[in-house]
Design a protein around this ligand. Structure first.
Ligand SMILES: [Zn+2]
Length: 475
């Protein structure tokens, strides 16, 4: 039953692939930033409506977020898609050196491949809908249009609105330089602005009348740098001075602002570390006689691995196989590898450990999956919040030359390559196959849910963004 269904879904995906390749290329060209993905979201929505999905736009109060649903009754399987780009990353498609694209007018670029991510997720959902209609099987497939993954915690705001609460499982993927299961852990984070207000004065004539907000920012940073020695390991704290108080050294700076990003392996550790950073800021304000305000910006949860679902996804990845690269793909990948340093390649190889000793231009197999022994990523993803609410699994497929780093010009340049399209279609096949199997496997969903309960340690999901924090574009 499953293999016949998977075969029918594969044929459906093959038939629709030209239209979806075109969609991903259009979104690549649009390169819209977080919460401004108006046209990209609209392209998805128009196609979903034409495909017969019931679409709700503007969910969670976010104009570029939407949910498309087909089928009826349970189980409900969610497939997550993204479409946001990165600022300042415009790059000519196919160019072998760093050069802004003539096609992209806004200077942005798809440095994380979310044009492929959202498109494959959409195509997989369409294939599952086709399966439900063809077989008359019960169950619901839901495609989530998730904006602002890059620095906007779009899914966390969607999670706060309860949009994932009735899911039985969620699936997603990410384009990458190898094919395999997504790392088992990511860091939770909290981001907040610290705004200091002092008193302006002539810095030479009347320094005693001034209270420097810039001093407060500097002392806060020094304090946090001392704090680093006493943080739990695998925590991270980053900052950017977003307002240094002006360009005049002969004026005592009356206002200054610093943006902090605090990361830790679990939500509760991130919350504690964030409180300690706030205490340092209070100390800096006291030392400099300044007023201080904290403005909570956003947060996201750490990822909870689900080995039951990952094992299923890995089995489907193996059945689908690595993206079918030909000689031209290998040649192009070799040309991109030439633009990378030996250090890049060595670092990429080290990530994969035993499974990839020889950095060939293309990763041509499926990385083995060892449940519970996956590597961790030290960045964060808002898929983490979904993984706390419902069993969630993600895979990677090889869309880029081996060694290419996310958020690099090479990643943008390869975003419309035949290999990127092949990787995207492999992901769609894998996600569709998994969703179809899950719809007919209540026992698998029960086991996945039991694992989630265990990993949550009996605790409910608490959204790390408090209820009173407005959406970033409303501030
Ligand atoms: Zn990404």
């Amino acid at each position: 039953m499953t293999s016949t269904c998977t075969q029918a879904a594969d044929e459906f995906i093959a038939r629709l692939s030209p239209r979806f390749i075109d969609l991903s290329d259009q979104i690549w060209r649009l390169a819209e930033l977080r919460y401004e993905e108006f046209t990209s979201a609209q392209l998805h929505v128009r196609m979903l409506e034409a495909e017969g999905f019931t679409v709700t736009s503007g969910v969670a109060g976010i104009p570029t977020a939407f949910v498309a649903e087909a089928g009826s009754g349970g189980p409900v399987i969610g497939i997550l898609g993204e479409y946001d780009a990165l600022s300042g990353m415009s790059q000519e498609a196919g160019a072998l050196s760093c050069a802004p694209s003539g096609e992209i007018v806004n200077g942005n670029g798809h440095g994380c491949g979310h044009h492929l991510l959202g498109t494959a997720a959409h195509l997989a959902a369409a294939a599952v809908k086709d399966h439900l209609e063809r077989t008359g099987q019960g169950g619901t497939v839901r495609f989530y249009g998730c904006p602002a993954e890059e620095g906007g915690s779009g899914k966390t705001f969607m999670a706060r609105a309860g949009l994932f609460d009735d899911l039985d499982a969620a699936l997603s993927w990410h384009p990458h330089m190898y094919t395999g299961i997504f790392p088992g852990q990511s860091l939770a984070n909290v981001q907040a602005y610290f705004r200091f207000r002092g008193k302006a004065a002539h810095a030479a004539d009347s320094p005693h009348l001034g209270r420097s907000a810039l001093d407060a920012v500097e002392l806060m940073n020094v304090g946090v740098n001392f704090l680093r020695e006493h943080m739990p390991s695998d925590s991270r704290v980053h900052y950017a001075i977003t307002n240094a108080g002006g360009m005049s050294p002969n004026v005592v700076q009356a206002y200054a602002e610093v943006l902090y990003l605090v990361r830790a392996p679990r939500n509760e550790l991130a919350a504690v570390l964030y409180e300690r950073v706030k205490n340092v800021a209070r100390g800096a304000a006291l030392m400099t006689d300044c007023q201080m305000d904290v403005v909570f910006d956003k947060a996201c949860s750490n990822l909870l691995e689900n080995t039951v679902l990952n094992t299923l996804v890995h089995r489907h990845l193996q059945a689908v196989g690595a993206p079918p690269a030909d000689e031209a793909d290998t040649r192009l990948a070799a040309a991109y590898q030439q633009t990378l340093t030996a250090e890049h390649l060595e670092s990429a190889g080290r990530t994969l450990g035993q499974s990839w000793r020889d950095p060939k231009p293309l990763f041509d197999h499926i990385r083995p999956y060892l449940p519970g022994q996956q590597d961790a990523i030290y960045g964060s993803t808002d898929v983490g919040d979904v993984s706390w609410i419902t069993p969630t699994a993600q895979c990677f497929t090889a869309c880029y030359a081996f060694g290419t780093a996310p958020h690099s010009w090479q990643w943008v340049a390869q975003g419309k390559s035949p290999l990127a399209h092949k990787g995207m279609l492999q992901a769609a096949r894998t996600l569709a196959g998994c969703a179809i199997e899950l719809l007919g496997s209540p026992d698998l969903l029960v086991r996945a849910q039991a694992e989630l309960q265990e990993r949550r340690g009996g605790k409910p999901y608490v959204c790390p963004i408090p209820d009173d924090v407005a959406l970033p574009f409303q501030r």
